[in-house]
Design a binder for this molecule. Structure first.
Ligand SMILES: Nc1nc2c(ncn2[C@@H]2O[C@H](COP(=O)(O)OP(=O)(O)OP(=O)(O)O)[C@@H](O)[C@H]2O)c(=O)[nH]1
Ligand SMILES: [Mg+2]
Length: 217
């Protein structure tokens, strides 16, 4: 499903690209790291996936690459480290822990927040972060605040709205439109965004093409 500019009413850049020429031929797990300073030093470009706990980061990575690569769980808080996957021997996908999982202890939450921020704020190899937003629910404050922080820090990011199979098309469009509307209250221009469903493989070609376009620059 695609949400056009006309439907959302916002001048968001919806990425329309030529047919997919990026193919994932090889996707391998490399390692998990507890902090940025321990991450690979080979200079390969990186694309990170970040979002609220349980939003579907690991599922989206599997949808883009292959089933079973990243660990998926119905219980929030599954991913606890910076997980590196090497794609086609050329670039990394990084699966980050989720933010905002209420049931963790204060100390644990602080540790995860430091890990995520330590990575995002310092990682020179990071070309783009995909911020995943659950499109089946209305905008949440924690997501809006997170996106604001990235904007303030000038970290390049795109939005990936997840779970678009979970409720009706109209509700998805309303939720996306509401999220972009909230962003436009603060920001003069809106980030690129993608509508995805890992269940239905929606958005796969669009995201891979976008990654390729940026990695090629
Ligand atoms: N219906 C539907 N369910 C999804 C989709 N993507 C993920 N899920 C489900 O959402 C739950 C969480 O998925 P994960 O991919 O583990 O989420 P995560 O963001 O990596 O979670 P943490 O690592 O715990 O932060 C699982 O039960 C998935 O099956 C989707 O596109 N559609
Ligand atoms: Mg995960």
């Amino acid at each position: 499903m695609k949400v056009s500019q006309k439907e959302t009413g916002f001048a968001a850049e919806y990425v329309l690209l030529p047919p997919a020429d990026m193919e994932v031929n090889k996707a391998e797990f490399i390692a998990s790291h507890p902090k940025e300073s321990l991450c690979p030093k080979d200079g390969r470009p990186e694309f990170a996936f970040i979002g609220r706990s349980n939003v579907g980061k690991s599922s989206l990575i599997n949808m883009l690459t292959r089933k079973g690569l990243a660990k998926v769980s119905g219980t929030p808080g599954k991913t606890q480290l910076l997980n590196y996957f090497l794609i086609n021997g050329q670039w990394y996908l990084v699966d980050l822990p989720g933010y905002g999982y209420a049931r963790l202890s204060k100390t644990h939450k602080k540790k995860l927040a430091e890990m995520i921020e330590g990575y995002l704020f310092n990682r020179k190899e990071l070309l783009l972060a995909f911020v995943l937003i659950d499109s089946s629910i209305p905008p949440t404050r924690i997501d809006l605040e997170f996106v604001d922080t990235l904007g303030q820090r000038a970290i390049p990011f795109a939005l990936a709205f997840t779970k678009s199979d979970r409720v009706g098309k109209k509700t998805i469009e309303q939720n996306i439109s509401a999220f972009l509307g909230k962003l436009s209250e603060t920001w003069a221009s809106l980030p690129p965004y993608f509508v995805t469903s890992s269940e239905r493989k929606t958005g796969k070609a669009e995201i891979l093409d976008y990654i390729e376009k940026i990695a090629r620059k």
